[in-house]
Design a protein around this ligand. Structure first.
Ligand code: PEP
Ligand code: MN
Length: 369
């Protein structure tokens, strides 16, 4: 999986908000608002859980194919107003166009989110951004369906440039052409890169849409928290078995309660003694990495020599017998040292690929001369 990491930093102007050390933001509620009873029953059950900060429900549903349940629309906003009134929880809905935003404001919705299918389209995002000008409301931006970090950042920028500075990025996984264990592939490297580029941008995880099935939600949530994400958006329905959308991934309020109780929210910093020891270990790692890089550079220099020598003697670059022997021998050494085989294989293949490419370049260069 490759994605471009060469993105220029610090184009977002974001308020410092939301992140209180040791706490996480939890947004919970059904995938879709289905009936007044379903919304209120679910909300009242969730409001019993002190760890839940925001109630969510989709009132306009982006469905892959026509004919299914498309959401209850404006009617659902009335139910959400009741949720707010009766439970005191702020409420969040998905918006996909200016009309949705107008309606959300009319009904006093507190948080908006932009769904993965909308984020892929800069026309839609621009339209939404224009409509948000002059409005002060927090906006959550899900990652686009496909693994394109630039597109995600582009949407965050457009919303931010409209003057919205309470923005939350939501990692909900990526569609991937190979079959995966989960509905969407988490591709953790993408939210990690977003966090590296924008350390002050709050980033939360939606484990429901990554998982697709409720049994993966705990482990995905824990992983997100271990990667220093600031919160979770989790789908919950008072009776998931009758849910009209995403039934397999929704949790009952009791199941959600169990998961929240099991989650470990780790600290980002420890005691002075811990920090000192960590610092020492990190210094060792820095030294080893410097050595590794220097050895790698030495290896590549020898590859240059081999490339020249093969060219002079008219010898093929790739020699399968040698490559097979190398792999076999190195994997054997690796097994003895306890290195993970899959990791080692990936690394050896990467180094070999680069070595072949260097030799190819040498051949081509000399042919042109
Ligand atoms: C949702 O949160 O219900 C939703 C439709 O999510 P996504 O845009 O991530 O698919
Ligand atoms: Mn859903």
């Amino acid at each position: 999986m490759h994605f471009n990491t060469q993105i220029v930093l610090d184009t977002l102007h974001i308020k410092d908000w939301l992140i209180n050390s040791g706490e996480i933001l939890v947004i919970a509620g059904p995938c879709s608002a289905e009936s007044e009873e379903q919304v209120l029953t679910t909300a009242h059950a969730l409001a019993q859980e002190p760890g839940i900060n925001v109630f969510r429900a989709g009132v306009w549903k982006p469905r892959t194919r026509p004919g299914g349940f498309q959401g209850v629309g404006e009617e659902g906003l009335k139910w959400l107003s009741r949720v707010k009134e009766e439970t005191g929880l702020p409420v969040a809905i998905e918006v996909a166009n200016p009309e949705h935003i107008q309606k959300a404001l009319e009904y006093g919705i507190d948080f908006l989110w932009i769904g993965a299918r909308t984020v892929v389209n800069p026309f839609s995002i621009q339209e939404i951004a224009e409509c948000l000008k002059g409005i002060d409301i927090p906006v959550m931006v899900k990652n686009p369906i496909h693994p394109d970090l630039k597109l995600w950042i582009g949407a965050l920028e457009r919303i931010n440039q409209a003057g919205i500075n309470r923005i939350i990025a939501v990692h909900r996984g990526f569609h991937y052409y190979q079959r995966q264990q989960t509905r969407n592939s988490p591709m953790w490297e993408i939210p990690i890169e977003l966090k590296r580029l924008y350390p002050s941008l709050p980033l939360i995880c939606d484990p429901s849409h990554i998982s697709g099935k409720r049994e993966h939600i705990l482990s995905i949530s824990q992983k997100a928290l271990d990667l220093e994400m600031s919160g979770l958006m989790i789908e919950s329905h008072y009776n998931p078995s009758v849910a009209l959308t995403d039934a397999a991934q929704q949790l009952s309020p009791a199941q959600l309660h169990e998961i929240l109780a099991k989650l470990v929210v780790r600290k980002t910093n420890g005691t002075l003694e811990f920090q000192n020891r960590l610092e020492k270990l990190r210094t060792e790692i820095d030294k080893i990495d410097a050595e590794l890089l220097s050895i790698l550079a030495q290896r590549m220099k020898i590859i240059d020599e081999i490339g020249e020598y093969k060219k002079q003697n008219n010898i093929t670059i790739l020699q399968i017998k040698r490559w097979r022997e190398m792999l076999h021998e190195r994997l054997e050494i690796g097994a003895k040292t306890g290195l993970d085989k899959e990791f080692l294989l990936k690394m050896l293949e990467l180094v070999h690929e680069k070595s072949i490419q260097i030799q190819m370049d040498i051949m081509n260069r000399q042919e042109k001369d």
